[in-house]
Design a binder for this molecule. Structure first.
Ligand code: UDP
Length: 239
């Protein structure tokens, strides 16, 4: 018999870069497939999964063209980039036998359905993976803030911020051999130590809503499953 997962419903934040692999921009097929395999392992133990996907991998590829552009317009480009990633991610999920639904914060109904909270909740109850696209739908925000927002809206127990490093460290582990990983720390500590885990808006929202954030490595095989099983993995930031 298998132990019960520590979480019923999670909000997974994947940056656009997470889909890039070792490429310099865009979507790397093998990488996205690996990521979906990790997600599939947690759906198999009965955890409801919602994903907020970033857009940096595509947006930074065209950022040269956005130099000098109106900020809001450039941000809309960024949000559209997340829609592309969401479509690719959902397609890869379908190919691996998961049922995915993309919901966009910006109306583009011919492409994906709009975000409607009760519908998202229904999909999650049905065991479908919901991929939230287009961030918050507003310029001047980030997909980290979208993760905090959607996480709070759907009653996720935790926001799992997937990174390339397996947690939050006292210093950059690539530069400083003495850097150690925090097992857990409070939002206030993270802010006072200026650890830059998420942008300030996202962080404030999570702290106010007492929505914990766990930073973990998405490239480390099995880490996502270990996180949902409540094992010591990554760093927990708590209110
Ligand atoms: N963006 C935005 N509002 C949002 C979410 C995203 O304007 O609510 C834009 C913003 O320009 C951002 C881009 O979309 O730079 C891509 O999102 P983000 O940088 O969060 O993606 P990630 O770094 O996670 O890949």
């Amino acid at each position: 018999t298998q132990a019960a997962p520590a979480h019923k419903r999670i909000l997974l934040k994947l940056s656009g870069e997470a889909l890039m692999g070792d490429d310099s921009f865009g979507i790397n097929r093998a990488t996205i497939e690996r990521m979906v395999e990790e997600i599939a392992t947690v759906t198999r133990v009965g955890v409801q999964v919602a994903v907020v996907i970033g857009g940096g991998n595509i947006f930074r590829g065209v950022a040269g063209g956005s130099v000098g552009m109106d900020r809001a317009t450039a941000d809309y480009m960024g949000m559209l980039a997340t829609v592309m990633n969401a479509l690719a991610l959902a397609d890869a999920m379908d190919k691996q036998g998961l049922t995915a639904r993309v919901m966009s914060a910006i109306a583009i109904e011919q492409v994906v359905e709009p975000y409607v909270r009760p519908k998202a909740l229904q999909y999650l109850e049905e065991g479908k993976v919901v991929v939230f696209a287009a961030g918050t739908g507003n310029p001047f925000f980030t997909t980290d803030t979208a993760a905090a927002l959607r996480g709070a809206e759907i009653g996720a127990e935790v926001v799992l911020k997937a990174t390339k490093v397996d947690g939050v460290y006292t210093a950059d582990p690539f530069k400083d051999a003495d850097a150690t990983r925090y097992t857990q720390l409070s939002f206030d500590e993270a802010i006072s130590r200026n650890l830059g885990i998420m942008d300030a808006t996202a962080f404030a929202l999570c702290r106010d809503q007492k929505l914990p954030v766990r930073v973990f490595s998405i490239v480390k095989h099995g880490a996502l499953l270990r996180v949902v099983m409540g094992e010591d993995e990554g760093t927990l930031v708590y209110a």
